[in-house]
Design a protein around this ligand. Structure first.
Ligand code: HEM
Length: 366
């Protein structure tokens, strides 16, 4: 597609699919021409900063990024290491594990739950909600779309109730957690409303869990597909940071984002009309040969590596430092504990049924 039809129109959906790195970067960097605001009311998440344009986006992101700084993320390191220790201990004595159930799903859920200040007893609730947010529509039929929207609406109401309760509690009695920081945060004398705090909590849950799960799983998958990487990364731990960037590029956890043209505009010689949906396939941009020589090869120390896995421009992933830190702690511990990891004979990996998220349903590790 990148070579033959890099900017292609889908008449059925009235949308444009973009596959080339440069075109996608230009769109992501031009929020005035390509809006993130969904024209019709959409499911969970898009009422958050993810679905806002400037100036509101800027103002809101400023407030939340004050509560979500790289420094406060770095402070989580000892606790993330401890959680990983507990998760690995639970696999003791097993000859085969499913990496998702044992490690890559629980780790980000526990980290985000603790960051927000959710009591340990409510963690299972959390995991169920994040799974339900991540579920994608089963097929294109009207019935499936209606069911999908009704499910999302129901999750939305449950989450609203839950976070409203916690927000009100933190207003009365502050704790050392992110919800309290959001309650207290101010920019130019402005505070977040209860609804905005709820929205942000739900965004973290939806944007931060499945993506990080897939980063860790996709990394271990490539370690099993190219077993020499396992010993190499044990011997040269300094390569791990770069390896994580290469996993993000090679198996991008998010494959695409939507934008809406705010005016008639040309992309790659094609005329995009005001209101058209523009789908930026970052998974394809990350394999663009023009940008990444030998793009279909996993090169552990690829430099430079300006992948778009965390997006680009004003919506650049706020959770990138957290996702990177979780992977940087989890992967060396996995390598230290599980030697000579391989897929059991005859395993066929099954992809998550989604066009926007990339990962596998299960990753058996022996
Ligand atoms: C935005 C990817 C982890 C929170 C984004 C965007 C991408 C992305 C591509 C841009 C969306 C757009 O332009 O429309 C990822 C990947 C992750 C990850 C691949 C893991 C490997 C996280 C985590 C959190 C998080 C752990 C928080 C706990 C956010 C937020 C935004 C965002 C709040 C919205 C930023 C804005 O609109 O200004 N992420 N993300 N993400 N991500 Fe992540």
């Amino acid at each position: 597609m990148r070579k033959e039809s890099p900017v292609s129109f889908d008449a059925k959906r009235n949308s444009w699919d973009l596959f080339r790195y440069d075109d996608i970067l230009a769109v992501l960097k031009d929020p005035a021409a390509f809006s993130s605001v969904r024209p019709q009311q959409g499911p969970v998440l898009l009422g958050s900063i993810l679905g806002m344009d400037p100036p509101k986006h800027h103002q809101m992101r400023n407030i939340v990024s004050k509560a979500f700084t790289p420094r406060s993320i770095a402070e989580l390191e000892p606790r993330i290491t401890e959680i990983m220790g507990e998760l690995i201990a639970q696999t003791e004595g097993k000859t085969e594990i499913d990496l998702l159930q044992s490690i890559s799903i629980p780790l980000p859920v526990i980290v985000i739950a603790e960051l927000l200040g959710v009591p340990a007893a409510d963690r299972q609730l959390f995991k169920d909600w994040s799974d339900r947010i991540a579920e994608s529509v089963e097929d294109d039929s009207e019935a499936a779309i209606q069911k999908f929207l009704a499910d999302k609406e129901k999750v939305r109401r449950e989450l609203d109730d839950y976070f409203m309760k916690v927000t009100l509690e933190r207003r009365k009695q502050p704790e050392d957690d992110l919800i309290t920081k959001l309650v207290q945060a101010e920019v130019d004398g402005e505070k977040l409303t209860d609804e905005e705090i709820m929205e942000f909590c739900i965004l973290l849950l939806g944007a931060g869990n499945e993506t990080t799960t897939n980063l860790i799983t996709n990394a271990v998958r490539i370690f099993m597909e190219e077993p020499s990487l396992q010993e190499k990364l044990r011997q040269q731990p300094e390569l791990m940071k770069g390896a994580i960037e290469e996993v993000l590029r090679y198996y991008s956890p998010i494959l695409a984002m939507n934008r809406y043209a705010t005016k008639d505009v040309e992309i790659g010689g094609k005329q995009v009309k005001k209101g058209d949906l523009v789908v930026t396939w970052i998974g394809s941009a990350n394999r663009d040969e023009e940008k990444f020589p030998d793009a279909d090869r996993f090169i552990v120390d690829r430099t430079p590596n300006a992948h778009l896995a965390f997006g680009q421009g004003i919506h650049f992933c706020l959770g990138a430092p957290l996702a990177r830190l979780e992977a940087l702690i989890a992967l060396p511990l996995i390598l230290a504990h599980f030697h000579d990891m391989r897929l059991p004979e005859g395993t066929k990996l099954e992809a998550i049924p989604s066009t926007f998220v990339y990962g596998v349903k299960e990753l058996p590790v022996q």
